[in-house]
Design a protein around this ligand. Sequence first.
Ligand SMILES: *Cc1c(COP(=O)(O)O)cnc(C)c1O
Length: 212
Amino acid sequence: MIAENISGLKQEIGQNVQLIVVSKYRTIEEIKEAYQAGQRLFAENRVQALLERKEALPDDIVWHLIGHLQSNKVKYIAPFISCIQSIDSIELLELVNQQAAKNGRTIDCLLQVHIAVEETKFGLSEAECETLIAQAKTKGLMNIRIKGLMGMASNSDDQGQVKAEFLKLQTLYNKLKEENGFDTLSMGMSGDYQLAISCGSNMVRVGSKVFS
Ligand SMILES: *Cc1c(COP(=O)(O)O)cnc(C)c1O
Protein backbone atom coordinates (compact mmCIF):
# COMPACT_ATOMS: atom_id res chain seq x y z
CA MET A 1 0.00 0.00 0.00
CA ILE A 2 2.69 2.49 1.05
CA ALA A 3 4.79 1.53 -1.98
CA GLU A 4 1.82 2.07 -4.30
CA ASN A 5 1.04 5.40 -2.69
CA ILE A 6 4.61 6.58 -3.21
CA SER A 7 4.87 5.46 -6.81
CA GLY A 8 1.47 6.97 -7.58
CA LEU A 9 2.46 10.26 -6.02
CA LYS A 10 5.80 10.35 -7.81
CA GLN A 11 4.13 9.75 -11.12
CA GLU A 12 1.55 12.41 -10.42
CA ILE A 13 3.92 15.17 -9.30
CA GLY A 14 6.50 14.52 -12.02
CA GLN A 15 10.29 14.73 -12.00
CA ASN A 16 10.56 18.43 -11.35
CA VAL A 17 8.92 18.26 -7.95
CA GLN A 18 10.68 16.59 -5.02
CA LEU A 19 8.64 14.35 -2.76
CA ILE A 20 9.49 14.61 0.93
CA VAL A 21 7.74 11.87 2.86
CA VAL A 22 6.67 13.18 6.26
CA SER A 23 7.14 10.28 8.66
CA LYS A 24 6.02 11.97 11.88
CA TYR A 25 3.79 9.80 14.09
CA ARG A 26 4.48 6.71 11.92
CA THR A 27 6.02 3.50 13.20
CA ILE A 28 9.53 2.40 12.24
CA GLU A 29 7.93 -0.47 10.31
CA GLU A 30 5.85 1.92 8.23
CA ILE A 31 8.86 4.09 7.50
CA LYS A 32 10.87 1.01 6.52
CA GLU A 33 8.16 0.11 4.06
CA ALA A 34 8.52 3.51 2.42
CA TYR A 35 12.30 3.08 2.43
CA GLN A 36 12.02 -0.33 0.78
CA ALA A 37 9.86 1.28 -1.90
CA GLY A 38 12.93 3.38 -2.74
CA GLN A 39 12.08 6.56 -0.84
CA ARG A 40 15.12 8.28 0.68
CA LEU A 41 13.88 11.77 1.52
CA PHE A 42 12.03 11.94 4.83
CA ALA A 43 11.00 14.71 7.20
CA GLU A 44 10.17 14.91 10.88
CA ASN A 45 8.79 17.84 12.83
CA ARG A 46 10.28 17.13 16.27
CA VAL A 47 13.96 16.74 17.11
CA GLN A 48 13.50 13.94 19.64
CA ALA A 49 11.50 11.79 17.22
CA LEU A 50 13.96 12.58 14.45
CA LEU A 51 16.91 11.36 16.55
CA GLU A 52 15.13 8.14 17.50
CA ARG A 53 14.17 7.38 13.93
CA LYS A 54 17.57 8.19 12.51
CA GLU A 55 19.06 5.74 15.00
CA ALA A 56 16.63 2.97 14.03
CA LEU A 57 16.72 3.40 10.26
CA PRO A 58 19.30 3.06 7.44
CA ASP A 59 22.10 5.60 7.13
CA ASP A 60 21.39 6.65 3.57
CA ILE A 61 18.12 8.36 4.48
CA VAL A 62 18.23 12.09 3.79
CA TRP A 63 16.50 13.88 6.67
CA HIS A 64 14.74 17.22 6.65
CA LEU A 65 13.39 19.03 9.71
CA ILE A 66 10.03 20.70 9.12
CA GLY A 67 8.99 21.72 12.64
CA HIS A 68 9.94 24.52 14.97
CA LEU A 69 13.58 24.18 16.08
CA GLN A 70 14.60 25.26 19.57
CA SER A 71 18.08 26.72 19.74
CA ASN A 72 19.26 24.27 22.41
CA LYS A 73 18.50 21.34 20.09
CA VAL A 74 20.48 22.46 17.05
CA LYS A 75 23.60 20.63 18.23
CA TYR A 76 21.86 17.26 18.19
CA ILE A 77 20.86 17.39 14.54
CA ALA A 78 23.81 19.35 13.12
CA PRO A 79 25.94 16.21 12.57
CA PHE A 80 23.54 14.73 10.02
CA ILE A 81 20.56 16.91 9.07
CA SER A 82 20.38 17.61 5.36
CA CYS A 83 17.92 20.50 5.34
CA ILE A 84 16.20 22.59 8.00
CA GLN A 85 12.98 23.92 6.46
CA SER A 86 11.89 25.86 9.52
CA ILE A 87 14.41 28.69 9.89
CA ASP A 88 12.53 31.64 11.35
CA SER A 89 15.15 33.90 12.90
CA ILE A 90 18.67 35.15 12.20
CA GLU A 91 19.73 33.89 15.64
CA LEU A 92 18.66 30.37 14.75
CA LEU A 93 20.39 30.59 11.39
CA GLU A 94 23.63 31.73 13.02
CA LEU A 95 23.44 28.88 15.48
CA VAL A 96 22.90 26.36 12.71
CA ASN A 97 25.88 27.86 10.90
CA GLN A 98 28.04 27.58 14.01
CA GLN A 99 27.07 23.96 14.70
CA ALA A 100 27.45 23.01 11.04
CA ALA A 101 30.98 24.45 11.10
CA LYS A 102 31.77 22.46 14.23
CA ASN A 103 30.82 19.33 12.33
CA GLY A 104 32.68 20.36 9.19
CA ARG A 105 29.40 20.48 7.28
CA THR A 106 27.20 22.78 5.24
CA ILE A 107 23.50 22.58 6.07
CA ASP A 108 20.78 23.53 3.61
CA CYS A 109 18.12 25.83 5.04
CA LEU A 110 14.72 27.08 3.96
CA LEU A 111 13.13 30.18 5.44
CA GLN A 112 9.69 29.46 6.82
CA VAL A 113 7.25 32.15 5.81
CA HIS A 114 3.91 32.57 7.55
CA ILE A 115 1.22 32.61 4.87
CA ALA A 116 -1.76 31.05 6.68
CA VAL A 117 -4.43 32.92 8.56
CA GLU A 118 -3.98 30.73 11.63
CA GLU A 119 -2.11 32.49 14.39
CA THR A 120 -0.47 29.39 15.84
CA LYS A 121 1.86 28.59 12.99
CA PHE A 122 5.47 29.66 13.13
CA GLY A 123 7.18 31.63 10.45
CA LEU A 124 8.43 34.95 9.18
CA SER A 125 6.44 37.72 7.59
CA GLU A 126 7.51 38.66 4.08
CA ALA A 127 9.32 41.74 5.38
CA GLU A 128 11.07 39.73 8.10
CA CYS A 129 12.12 37.20 5.50
CA GLU A 130 13.82 39.85 3.39
CA THR A 131 15.47 41.37 6.44
CA LEU A 132 16.81 37.98 7.49
CA ILE A 133 18.32 37.40 4.05
CA ALA A 134 20.04 40.78 4.17
CA GLN A 135 21.40 40.08 7.66
CA ALA A 136 22.63 36.64 6.65
CA LYS A 137 24.53 38.21 3.76
CA THR A 138 26.33 40.74 5.91
CA LYS A 139 27.31 38.04 8.37
CA GLY A 140 28.81 35.88 5.63
CA LEU A 141 27.67 32.57 7.07
CA MET A 142 29.84 29.96 5.35
CA ASN A 143 28.31 26.74 6.66
CA ILE A 144 24.68 27.21 5.71
CA ARG A 145 23.05 27.56 2.32
CA ILE A 146 19.68 29.32 2.12
CA LYS A 147 18.02 27.38 -0.70
CA GLY A 148 14.58 28.92 -0.70
CA LEU A 149 11.29 29.24 1.13
CA MET A 150 8.82 26.98 2.93
CA GLY A 151 5.22 27.73 3.79
CA MET A 152 2.05 26.10 5.02
CA ALA A 153 -1.31 27.28 3.78
CA SER A 154 -4.36 27.61 6.00
CA ASN A 155 -6.04 24.37 6.97
CA SER A 156 -9.18 25.33 5.07
CA ASP A 157 -11.62 23.93 2.53
CA ASP A 158 -11.66 27.31 0.84
CA GLN A 159 -9.53 26.60 -2.24
CA GLY A 160 -9.51 30.27 -3.15
CA GLN A 161 -7.99 31.15 0.20
CA VAL A 162 -5.36 28.39 0.01
CA LYS A 163 -4.47 29.36 -3.54
CA ALA A 164 -4.11 33.03 -2.64
CA GLU A 165 -1.67 32.04 0.12
CA PHE A 166 0.40 29.84 -2.18
CA LEU A 167 0.50 32.57 -4.82
CA LYS A 168 1.69 35.04 -2.22
CA LEU A 169 4.62 32.78 -1.37
CA GLN A 170 5.35 32.13 -5.03
CA THR A 171 5.49 35.87 -5.68
CA LEU A 172 7.95 36.36 -2.83
CA TYR A 173 10.02 33.40 -4.03
CA ASN A 174 10.17 34.72 -7.58
CA LYS A 175 11.19 38.13 -6.32
CA LEU A 176 14.08 36.71 -4.29
CA LYS A 177 15.29 33.69 -6.21
CA GLU A 178 17.59 35.16 -8.86
CA GLU A 179 19.46 37.44 -6.53
CA ASN A 180 19.86 34.78 -3.87
CA GLY A 181 20.34 31.68 -5.98
CA PHE A 182 17.25 29.99 -4.60
CA ASP A 183 16.09 26.74 -6.13
CA THR A 184 13.54 25.40 -3.65
CA LEU A 185 9.94 26.40 -3.00
CA SER A 186 8.56 23.96 -0.44
CA MET A 187 4.79 24.10 -0.25
CA GLY A 188 1.99 21.57 -0.35
CA MET A 189 0.92 18.70 1.91
CA SER A 190 -1.51 15.77 1.49
CA GLY A 191 -4.57 17.98 1.16
CA ASP A 192 -3.21 20.70 -1.08
CA TYR A 193 -0.10 19.54 -2.94
CA GLN A 194 -1.75 19.68 -6.38
CA LEU A 195 -2.78 23.26 -5.86
CA ALA A 196 0.68 24.08 -4.48
CA ILE A 197 2.39 22.64 -7.55
CA SER A 198 0.10 24.64 -9.82
CA CYS A 199 1.36 27.68 -7.87
CA GLY A 200 5.02 26.85 -8.51
CA SER A 201 5.97 24.51 -5.68
CA ASN A 202 8.90 22.20 -6.48
CA MET A 203 8.98 20.37 -3.14
CA VAL A 204 5.95 18.79 -1.49
CA ARG A 205 5.83 17.41 2.05
CA VAL A 206 3.37 14.54 2.16
CA GLY A 207 2.50 12.42 5.20
CA SER A 208 -1.01 11.04 5.56
CA LYS A 209 -1.51 10.37 1.87
CA VAL A 210 1.59 8.17 1.78
CA PHE A 211 0.72 6.15 4.87
CA SER A 212 -3.03 5.76 4.44
C1 LIG B 1 2.67 17.18 9.12
C2 LIG B 1 3.26 18.12 8.16
C3 LIG B 1 3.18 17.88 6.78
C4 LIG B 1 2.45 16.68 6.18
O1 LIG B 1 1.09 16.73 6.43
P1 LIG B 1 0.09 15.68 5.77
O2 LIG B 1 -1.22 16.39 5.76
O3 LIG B 1 0.11 14.49 6.67
O4 LIG B 1 0.57 15.37 4.41
C5 LIG B 1 3.79 18.79 5.93
N1 LIG B 1 4.44 19.87 6.40
C6 LIG B 1 4.55 20.13 7.71
C7 LIG B 1 5.29 21.35 8.14
C8 LIG B 1 3.96 19.27 8.63
O5 LIG B 1 4.06 19.55 9.94
